[in-house]
Design a protein around this ligand. Sequence first.
Ligand code: SAH
Ligand code: SF4
Ligand code: F3S
Length: 486
Amino acid sequence: MENRGYPAGDAGAAAQERAVQEFYMDQVRGCLTEEIGAPSFFVTTIGCQMNARDSEKLEGMLEHMGFVKAAQEGQADLVLYNTCTVRENANLKVYGRLGVLKKQKERNPRMVIGLCGCMMQEAEEVETLSRKYPFIDLIFGTHNIYKFPQLLFSVLERRRQGGKHRTYIDVWEKPQLIVEDLPVDRKYSFKSGVNIMFGCNNFCSYCIVPYVRGRERSRRPQEILEEIRGLVADGVKEVMLLGQNVNSYGKNLDTPVTFAQLLNQVAQIPGLERIRFMTSHPKDLSDELIAVMGSCPKVCNHLHLPLQSGSSRILKEMNRRYTKEQYLALVEKIRRAVPDISLTTDIIVGFPGETEEDFQETLDVVRRVRYDSAFTFIYSKRTGTPAAAMENQVPEAVVKDRFDRLLEEIQEIARQEAGRLTGTVQQVLVEEENDHEAGLVTGRMTNNMLVHFPGGRELIGQLVSVSLDTCRGFYYMGTIERQEEN
Ligand code: SAH
Ligand code: SF4
Ligand code: F3S
């Protein structure tokens, strides 16, 4: 493990590191053609929006180094998997792909195979991967993503010198720097994720994220605002502020700033139309934030508020630090301030020791809050977390039965709620041409629901007013009213 001892957030060291990586990007560009011909890449992202944003940075760096995006993984000279490890099945996805990658590399021996992201922060996984899948060229973690050009250069340089193949591994236990301003290739021209903080301090007892993403670090407001201004100048209309717990943003900055204050500052950026954020931990959601959500028109009419469980007893075991009653009171307060807000959530079923009574408490919250949608997860044991050591794990068949009942309840409520905007006119940000029906485009409302309506690709990235004619399950069919000035 490497440690140069920079304090996280040290701007001078970060600028120096950026210069180092720019140097390596030039180096890689220089030796590319020689090494792997006309190089193409394919990045596969597993996991949450943080990982999606990291992948945009990796793709940006790759393009800067002279690679071009391949249409399919099978055609690429460089394949990168940005992994997740929040649940076991995320890891299984990676193992499932490695057999295919091995065959691809047999056909194209110059191919570079890299793995990065959260799963690589687990020493046992890295050990297994490098032992059982020796054809992997590069493994790095979440804390040194910015060092990718230098790592790739090391792999290519070793090949150039005819060195024996080995898996180049560089995983840091702890974060060191927040390196700003490296190239980014955005997936969408008109919307973008923006990291406002990294890591998590909450240690929910089931969750691996604090172990693989490190402690909470906030970016400075001026850097966030600068990035968003740049994005807006480049055509972005909507940003999603990203953090594992955005409500504790800014607490550890030299000059502390609250998340609500940051939102207010972001909202003042001219040309920015919409602001979303993800994720809000209920224990830290302040009245100040609720006030901003209620008063600031740019803040979207949607809040993702993970519940995890409706049982106060289980919530305590989960170390969530709120009770069922506090959660419900919070929802009520939010609904009073933002009457038509769309609420979504995450729920885990089958946490160790969960009884039928506990599960009924979860169903009770679902029925009272009436979420517009919810992600439901079967509890997955993560080695190293406190919950993994708990003895009373719930039998699989019981969990499966609860999961099915929960899903049915959630879907029924979401179906009933979905139609409530029928007949109204809503602002829609057009995202893409509809892939099922020619002549239709698909856009997103401020509440995060999708609308399909007749229109052409020239509308992509535009905000338009759309009349919602019919609701079909979880989306609407509409008709365009008029185009906004933008
Ligand atoms: N920081 C976010 C969540 C990040 S992980 C928050 O606190 O809300 C996304 C979701 O994965 C969590 O909300 C939780 O519902 C789920 N999750 C996390 N660890 C899990 C585990 N071990 N088993 C099942 N689901 C899990
Ligand atoms: Fe995991 Fe809890 Fe942190 Fe979310 S807040 S990332 S669930 S530890
Ligand atoms: Fe997965 Fe890492 Fe996100 S574990 S959920 S990709 S922070």
